[in-house]
Design a protein around this ligand. Structure first.
Ligand code: ADP
Ligand code: MG
Length: 472
């Protein structure tokens, strides 16, 4: 589609800045103002409205915060106005459908006018409108659920982040077949994966691009600044902020091809050792980076399995709790954190959070074996052998970790290394490079054989700090 970039302002902005328009807005009664709130055509920028004319697929591929989810939700509401319409709503995981596409701030419920608001039954994953239209929620975790039912149209959010993107897409396309004009709207941040490239080349697909800057006036200052600070001027920023499709970066230590080649669906039943590694944000300020939190296990085949990426943005209390919860969820052996200039802030946080979770009744004890590691070598010296493990097929990702993998494939040694990558490198260094039983080198990190001792100390002190922890 040709997107008139000179028309990026919404009618709302134009009206509010135009003197007579401003006066008219100010004279609205509260009831009129309340109704205007739900007039999407008033608020939307042209690039957020589905193109006119013939198309089977509309791919709205933009940077974060552009207003894609909002555009998708509004489009669904518009479709539901045709009585008896059947709509599929597809998210990456069930929580995305429930908490973002339907229940989120840009979701269908928040965008629905009071006189056309669907009834949502979460247990049935169903939205029902008074005119007989229905929307059902699906997730890429179970694309097979899309086999059987038929739809007039569908909305699929963040397709490029799905582990089973192709399978989900293929099943969805088969299901959207009711007459007379089956249509699918895809709203996603780009990632260079084959399904996105295929869609872009499909003559039935219209593509709209956009960047976070287009929606600047509707984003909270904190959200905008955090993202811009994080990505502006970086390679990944072209994708995350500007919505451009980038390719693997020359000089990066990881390639998507290698990550894909060794990807597996499930972890082995037996894992000899599981670690949760934390790379804390440099400061605890609002604008600080994320805490990288990655869970990795070692199989009896000698391979390492990346089990979860629980990285998040939040206070020490938030990421500390997240790490302890992941430790419990994966029955991990230890949490690993880096001792940096500020001393062992990570260990302290982990200890406090484990205690808080016990007090809250979420866990029975406040014990968490914790190992502090010290970075005495440069980033490159740590990252290079880890990336070599991938090339040798000795590290497997269980499922897809879109954000982590984007960091791996776009970081070039010499640049400040991103948080998820750092946490991953710590985890793999501890598991594979130093080996799980190499207690000398590993400064006393506990292994299962030592767990009696660990338990004793940990029970006494809450958290176990090995006597001379550190990678030397
Ligand atoms: N045209 C618009 N007018 C007003 N608010 C908007 C508009 N488009 C998006 N927003 C708001 O901007 C924020 C980000 O939108 P969202 O759809 O979640 O972005 P994305 O999915 O692209 O990350 C949400 O609060 C959303 O309601
Ligand atoms: Mg979104």
């Amino acid at each position: 589609m040709t997107d008139d970039s000179s028309k990026t302002e919404s009618l709302a902005v134009v009206t509010a800045s135009h003197a007579s328009g401003k006066r008219r807005l100010q004279r609205l009664s509260p009831a009129e103002a309340a109704l205007l709130r739900y007039e999407w055509r008033f608020w939307a920028r042209p690039s957020q409205i589905a193109p006119k004319g013939e198309w089977g697929i509309w791919l709205l591929m933009t940077g974060r915060g552009f207003g894609k989810t909002r555009a998708g939700a509004q489009w669904v509401i518009e479709q539901a106005k045709s009585p008896g319409h059947r709509i599929a709503i597809v998210g990456r995981i069930p929580a995305d459908g429930r908490d973002v596409m339907v229940g989120g701030e840009s979701g269908i419920l928040a965008c629905s006018a009071p006189d056309f608001r669907p009834v949502y039954t979460p247990s049935q994953r169903l939205l029902k409108w008074s005119n007989g239209s229905e929307a059902k929620l699906y997730s890429s975790e179970k694309p097979e659920d899309l086999r059987g039912p038929n739809f007039h149209c569908a909305w699929i959010d963040e397709l490029a982040k799905y582990d089973r993107a192709q399978e989900t897409w293929d099943t969805l396309v088969m299901a959207v077949r009711l007459p007379t004009d089956p249509r699918i709207v895809v709203t996603t941040t780009p990632r260079p994966i084959s399904i996105i490239k295929t869609l872009m080349d499909d003559p039935a697909c219209l593509v709209t691009h956009g960047s976070i800057y287009d929606n600047r006036s509707n984003l909270s200052g904190k959200f905008f600044e955090r993202l811009v600070k994080r990505y502006e001027g970086t390679y990944l920023g072209q994708q995350e902020l500007e919505g451009l499709l980038i390719t693997d970066r020359p000089g990066a230590l990881w390639t998507r091809e290698v990550l894909d080649k060794h990807r597996v669906r499930a972890a082995p039943d037996i894992l000899t050792r599981v670690v949760v590694a934390i790379d804390p944000p440099a400061t605890a300020s609002e604008n600080s980076s994320e805490a990288g939190i990655v869970v990795v296990g070692q199989g009896i085949d000698g391979c390492a399995y990346v089990l979860a990426d629980g990285s998040l943005h939040g206070s020490p209390d938030t990421w500390g709790r997240q790490a302890v919860r992941l430790y419990d969820q994966f029955s991990a052996d230890q949490i690993i954190g880096e001792v940096n200039n500020g001393g062992d802030m990570v260990g302290f946080t982990v200890k406090q959070c484990a205690e808080a979770l016990r007090r809250d009744g979420e866990r029975d004890s406040s014990v968490v074996p914790y190992v502090a590691v010290r970075a005495s070598r440069g980033k490159l010296t740590r990252a290079e052998p880890v990336s070599a493990l991938y090339t040798q097929g000795r590290v497997r990702h269980v499922g897809l970790y879109a954000d982590l993998e984007d960091q791996l494939t776009s970081w070039v040694p010499g640049e400040a290394s991103p948080d998820r990558l750092d946490a991953l490198v710590w985890a793999l260094t501890s598991l594979v490079i130093y080996g799980s039983t190499d207690v000398e080198t590993w400064g006393g990190a506990e292994t299962r054989e030592q767990s009696e001792y660990v338990r004793e100390v940990a029970t006494r002190d809450g958290v176990w700090f090995p006597p001379s922890a550190g990678v030397h």
